[in-house]
Design a protein. Structure first.
Length: 197
């Protein structure tokens, strides 16, 4: 084999391996809205309310809100009011969170708590879905998938000043193990939180 054809062969094999890697990786879709460049400038203290759970798994909205809180803490951008403090306030005032939290309620509660912004959202996917394209054994044909929507309501105006929506799944043909659904959620929420910087 001459040097020229050997180099071509190595490039072809490298491209084929890269193509398999790309095909084997998970799928991701993300969309972010920011009202304006300085929309977040006056927002210092925030609260994160439980996300609406649109899945069949119980407590998913609370799980995702807790994971999002952790990602926001790691940024050091906002002072965050803990959900336990919000819950204590509600109990002291003989109140409870509605099943569906809209921006009017978020603004009203944020005002009572002295917050600048309130995060609300929903979880539309949080499960292991069948992946028929996989060549693994039947019991491993599942891949974790999450769909999360988050919004920040500015308390002073009641307007949504930031919003993000993301859907992600994970599948890797080179790995014996697969990512856990919470890991996929953390990656998704980290990217959402980074869009606030």
């Amino acid at each position: 084999m001459n040097t020229e054809s050997g180099g071509f062969f190595r490039i072809a094999v490298s491209l084929a391996v890269l193509g398999l890697f790309i095909i084997g990786c998970g799928h991701h879709y993300k969309r972010v809205y920011l009202q304006s460049e300085d929309a977040l400038a006056g927002v210092r203290t925030v609260g994160i309310l439980p996300f609406e759970n649109l899945t069949k798994f119980p407590d998913t909205g609370e799980i995702v809100a807790d994971l999002f809180t952790t990602e926001l803490y790691s940024q050091h951008r906002f002072k965050i009011m803990e959900r336990t403090k919000i819950q204590t306030y509600l109990e002291e005032h003989n109140d409870s969170l509605p099943e569906v939290i809209d921006r009017t309620y978020a603004q009203e509660l944020g005002r009572k708590l002295g917050l600048d912004g309130v995060f609300i959202g929903s979880v539309s996917e949080y499960w292991y879905r069948l992946d028929r394209r996989s060549y693994r054994y039947l019991d491993e044909w599942e891949e974790p998938a999450v769909g999360i929507n988050a919004r920040m309501v500015q308390v002073s105006t009641g307007e949504v000043i930031w919003a993000a929506s993301s859907t992600r799944s994970s599948r890797d043909i080179f790995s014996v193990d697969r990512d856990h659904i919470n890991r996929i959620s953390q990656i998704t929420l980290r990217q959402m939180a980074e869009s606030l910087e």
